[in-house]
Design a protein around this ligand. Structure first.
Ligand SMILES: Nc1ncnc2c1ncn2[C@@H]1O[C@H](COP(=O)(O)OP(=O)(O)OP(=O)(O)O)[C@@H](O)[C@H]1O
Ligand SMILES: [Mg+2]
Length: 227
C-alpha cells in the first residue's frame, strides 16, 4: 500500500506523541499511531564526540536488519502467538507496515490511550504512577519468564502507563530488540536460562528507577527517649 496512504498521513509536530532513539511516533486517525524512522540520528561517543548519521545506516549497524519496522512487526507476531489471550492487553498491538514514498516504511500500531482519551505516557514522562501499575508490571515479568521471551529492549521509554476506567497497567509498545543475536560475544544468551536472567535484570532496573520506595516512618532516637 503506497501513495494513497501518504495523503492520509499527517505526521506533523502537532500530532507527534513521542520519540525514541530511532523513531518518531505520531497519532493518526482511528486510535492508531504511525512510527517512522528518523532521517538522521546523533550517535554519541565517549569524550563528548557526537556524529550525525542517516537513520537507516545507524539502525542497520545497531540492529543488523534492513528495516526496523518490519523486524518489529515480525517480533510482535511471534510474541503474541506465544502468550495467553488474557495477557495480550499488556502488549500494544501492531497492525501493519506500509511503504510510503514520503516516509519510508511506516508502522501502524494501536495508540495506547487513557480513559479520558489522552495518549498514555511512557514511564519517563508520566508523573503519577499508581501502585496498581506494578501488579501489571509483575505480570509482564512473569510472562517473560514463563515463555522465555528474550526481549532486550526493556526500559522506561518502552512501557506506557495505561489509565483505564477500571485499572492502571503497563503496556509494552516497542518490540524491536527481541532475540539473542544482539549479544554475539555472549553466546550463552541463546540459552533460555541466561536470556531470562538478563531480562529479569532489566525489569528490576526499571522497578528500581520508577517505583518509589514507601517512606518509612522510623522514629528518631531522640523521640523515643521522650516517649
Ligand atoms: N503505541 C503507542 N502508544 C502511545 N505512545 C507511544 C506508542 N508508541 C510509541 N509511543 C511513544 O513514542 C515514543 C517512541 O516510540 P518507540 O519506543 O517505538 O521509538 P524508538 O525510537 O523505536 O525507541 P528506542 O529509543 O527504545 O529505540 C515512546 O517512548 C512513547 O512515548
Ligand atoms: Mg522505544
Amino acid at each position: 500500500m503506497t501513495g494513497a496512504f501518504d495523503i492520509a498521513l499527517d505526521l506533523t509536530e502537532n500530532t507527534k506523541i513521542g520519540e525514541g532513539k530511532f523513531r518518531e511516533a505520531y497519532a493518526i486517525r482511528d486510535g492508531l499511531c504511525a512510527k517512522v524512522l528518523k532521517s538522521t540520528i546523533v550517535k554519541s561517543y565517549p569524550c563528548g564526540i557526537k556524529i550525525k548519521l542517516p537513520g537507516r545506516l545507524y539502525a542497520r549497524a545497531e540492529y543488523f536488519v534492513e528495516d526496523l519496522n518490519r523486524t518489529e512487526m515480525d517480533n510482535y507476531r511471534w510474541l503474541v502467538e506465544n502468550i495467553a489471550f488474557e495477557d495480550r492487553k499488556y502488549f500494544g498491538k501492531i497492525h501493519v507496515v506500509i511503504d510510503s514514498k514520503r516516509y519510508g516504511t511506516v508502522l501502524i500500531a494501536e495508540r495506547i490511550t487513557n480513559a479520558d482519551g489522552s495518549t498514555s505516557r511512557d514511564l519517563l514522562h508520566e508523573q503519577t504512577i499508581e501502585t496498581e501499575f506494578w501488579e501489571g508490571f509483575d505480570r509482564i515479568s512473569e510472562i517473560f519468564m514463563r515463555y522465555a521471551i528474550p526481549h532486550f529492549g526493556l526500559g522506561g521509554g518502552n512501557l506506557v502507563v495505561k489509565k483505564d476506567a477500571e485499572s492502571v497497567y503497563p503496556v509494552l509498545i516497542d518490540y524491536k530488540k527481541i532475540g539473542a543475536r544482539f549479544f554475539p560475544l555472549q553466546p550463552w544468551i541463546h540459552l533460555p536460562f541466561f536470556a531470562a536472567r538478563k531480562v529479569a535484570r532489566s525489569m528490576t532496573k526499571i522497578r528500581n528507577e520508577f517505583k518509589p520506595e514507601p517512606i518509612s516512618v522510623t522514629p528518631a532516637l531522640t523521640d523515643l527517649s521522650h516517649g
